[in-house]
Design a protein. Structure first.
Lengths: 208, 179
């Protein structure tokens, strides 16, 4: 009996039925990281939704619409990328949709010029993104490692988008700033930066 | 890739479906068929490299460990070849970083004539640490692969591979000694 045959015999004793809970093992670290981010802003910042009384719900709807859409899309993309043999180009392409919408809204943004840019809280915004994005990114990396990504840069990119999207979702209720230009500069750019870091580090972090 | 999928897909799909229904014999046949297909693919890509068989085994381990990423009803072949391709690329990446195969180097350092009067610990010292440790835990201390894997912080399949390779190496050493 060859050594490979012997190995096959050993592996076959485990059976073909995989352990249950694959989705839970993938999602748990991502949900956990999102919970940590939520806890951080709750404990560190005061008065969420403070501008609703003056500005209405539109700004937070726009911010959350973008960030939650990106969060879900990047999570699904990571799930698909982690399953070998599937085409992942479509899943990656959908990740551009929220950014395209922001770009489309940026052009006719009626608030451009009406509000001072970059506003008063941009440093806090950047700090929040810089602190929380890596936390959620780490959760996404852990989740992806429970799967079998074979396109590691793509997986790292999607994990980076997820990290940034979670950070934005957690922080935006505390953000008083308005306008698509602000959103593009202080949310989209940090998210894309985190995605680029994921693209670069993916092959190292996700190797299996 | 498409031709690979077409030639092997049906057999692999049927075997995997039966295996997931609890047919352990079908799973063994599946792994054997997968090994054959992966070996052929690797031979086409890297020729008669001495490491093909090691790579085949790495691929089998990966296929087994990551079988939860194959959705029921989806064709097996594209999934299997994607994993095999990934393992091949990873192998090239590792070789690019470390062109010297440390296991081979250690094996070459073993002089057959020194093995005549050795005991098991001396033999194990000839193995890579990971393999020797795996054999100590499973064959001397009597732990199961799962228990040994938990102690070392590695998966059951990885532990099985270490034991398997270590035992194969011990057999080679013993055979040389008899000659």
């Amino acid at each position: 009996m060859s050594s490979t045959d012997s190995l096959i015999d050993r592996l076959a004793t485990d059976g073909a039925t995989p352990r249950t809970g694959s989705l839970a093992r993938f999602a748990a670290p991502m949900v956990g990281a999102a919970a940590i981010c939520a806890a951080l802003v709750i404990f560190a910042l005061d008065t969420p939704f403070s501008t609703v009384s003056s500005d209405g719900f539109s700004p937070i709807f726009v911010k959350w619409g973008f960030s939650i859409a990106l969060l879900l899309l990047s999570g699904f993309a990571l799930w698909f990328i982690g399953r070998p043999g599937r085409s992942t180009g479509g899943a990656l392409a959908t990740l551009a949709v929220p950014f395209v919408l922001v770009g489309a809204l940026l052009l006719p943004d009626p608030l451009i010029g009406q509000h001072s840019f970059p506003g008063e809280t941009w440093r806090r915004c950047l700090t929040a993104m810089a602190v929380m994005s890596p936390i959620a990114f780490a959760g996404a990396i852990l989740g992806a490692r429970s799967l079998a990504p074979v396109r590691l840069r793509r997986a790292g990119f999607a994990a980076g988008l997820f990290g940034g999207a979670v950070a934005m979702t957690a922080y935006s209720p505390y953000c008083p700033e308005r306008g698509m230009l602000y959103m593009a500069v202080f949310y989209c750019l940090p998210i894309i930066t985190m995605a680029a870091i994921g693209w670069v580090t993916g092959p190292r972090l996700l190797r299996w | 890739m498409d031709s690979q999928a077409n030639t092997s897909g049906d057999v692999l799909d049927r075997l995997m479906a039966a295996a997931r229904d609890g047919d352990s014999v079908a799973y063994r046949h599946f792994l054997a068929e997968a090994a054959q297909r992966v070996r052929a693919m690797l031979a086409r890509k890297i020729g008669a490299d001495s490491e093909v068989e090691d790579l085949v085994q790495e691929c089998l381990i990966a296929i087994h460990q990551k079988r939860h990423t194959l959705d029921p009803g989806r064709p097996v072949a594209p999934w299997m070849y994607a994993i095999a391709n990934y393992k091949l690329i990873d192998h090239w990446r590792k070789r690019g970083r470390s062109p010297i195969d440390l296991d081979d180097e250690a094996d070459m350092a073993v002089a057959p004539e020194t093995l005549a009067a050795t005991d098991i610990e001396t033999l194990l010292d000839k193995l890579p640490d990971a393999q020797a440790q795996a054999i100590r835990l499973t064959h001397i201390e009597g732990l199961t692969n799962r228990e040994a894997g938990e102690r070392l912080g590695v998966g059951v399949s990885a532990m099985k591979l270490r034991v398997h390779r270590g035992m194969a190496r011990l057999r080679e050493i013993a055979d040389k000694d008899r000659i």
